[in-house]
Design a protein around this ligand. Sequence first.
Ligand code: NAD
Length: 483
Amino acid sequence: MLERGCVVNPATIDKSVKIAVVGSGYVGLIAAVCFAELGHQVVCVDIDRHRVEQLNAGEVPIYEELLPELLARHRGRGLSFTTDLTEAAKQSEAIFIAVGTPQSPTGEADLSQVEASVSEIAAALGEYKMIVEKSTVPVLTNRWIRRTLLANGAREEHFDVISNPEFLREGTAVEDFLYPDRVVIGADQARARELARRIYQPMIDGSYYRREDRVPGARELNDGVLYLETSAQSAELIKHASNAFLAMKISFINAVSNLCELVGSDVTEVARGIGSDARIGQRFLNAGIGYGGSCFPKDVRAFYKVAESVGYDFELLQVVERINTAQQQHFMKKLRGALWNLRGKKVGVLGLAFKGGTDDVRESPAIQIVRTLLAEGCQVAVYDPAAMEKARRLLPNEPELTFAADSYRAAEGAHALLVVTEWKEFVELDLRLLRGMMRYPVVIDGRNLFSLEDMERAGFQYHSVGRATVDGTRIESGGVRMR
Ligand code: NAD
């Protein structure tokens, strides 16, 4: 295992590597700009012609902090975009596969995008190249890729397949990529390990973090990143196991939040208390409406299926999923409890992205909540700082649904306001102004964004997660007096 600040063959230092990244989505595009930022020559490939045209024209197709700056810095210099995978692969020494691995109807990861790209890469393997799994894939996928390359005419001496899982989080993707907790390289062959080290060299020896023009990061990494070399199988498992563990942490604190509500305790206090134990840690202990997004739901399921396929019943993961589903239902129950009937009520929804800082709405709990509200006969007004366009494509085009210009417009005339994404701008809302625009002063907060005191002072009836219910309105015979 190569650790922090390890020594690399001096002959390879400072050599830029020709890299192809297949897929220009949330992972591929970030990896491509960051490899260019490390000094490599990168070509990023996508089958989506429109996206490649956008990128070549200098447009930024996804919302991600620091991405526009890095694209402007490297596009046309160390970074180019194309739809021609064979040509890009031919020119490259390392080919990172960062295509989608969505959930199949039976729960396993659907690896057809990986297979399609690998079959095309096989035709370009006239000399040695390293094929890198960047996408999240089930353990032993490296063997399938190898088999597919051989079946498509590639010669054994012309390639290695390694795993380099990605741990970035949308919203902080560039910083996560360049300042990671660790880089994991699962490679079984020395020549591949050496090439992977050349790629990550500026991060391994810390030289990137001493550059004046570096992207600033919160972490101090002058001594280099933690660089872990493992077998390919272990690296594949590390990724699925990490995501499953994080999802478990979220479900755990959500289960605790339900208990808090039942006994009148505060989950934020409890989370702080448990998280202060260094063995547990504070992060991912925010109670809410459950995890969503394009990774956790599918990865937990895929990990369960992988275990099942080799004869192990990883039942803990089923419970994690069950708690997650129940958490969203519990949120809707709070709304019903506050409004009685939903039919004909106007509900404002703040947030559509699956988390703050991104425009990604895939598997977003917010989207499901909006659909449920519409199905139950509500008028819904939604607002998100970044995800409106992507949400429009997923939500029905119907008169009962409006896309509001801002949070206040979403709240206007509403019987209740739901907070479902943790955007910073929601925390900064003028609560009195918001209260004044609503028909009933009811806020159901699935992200615990506001303090109980502030909501009480502003005169709201406020339901959050695992905390006391606030009633800042005047109580009359056990009920809330509505205007
Ligand atoms: P994405 O859907 O945003 O991007 C995938 C891209 O691949 C798309 O632009 C698609 O057009 C392109 N593509 C598909 N088939 C192709 C082909 N044959 N040739 C060229 N391009 C092709 O997906 P994503 O969110 O970037 O995720 C990619 C992988 O990374 C997944 O396995 C995911 O689980 C994993 N991952 C995602 C995140 C995240 O936060 N999004 C984090 C870590 C790991």
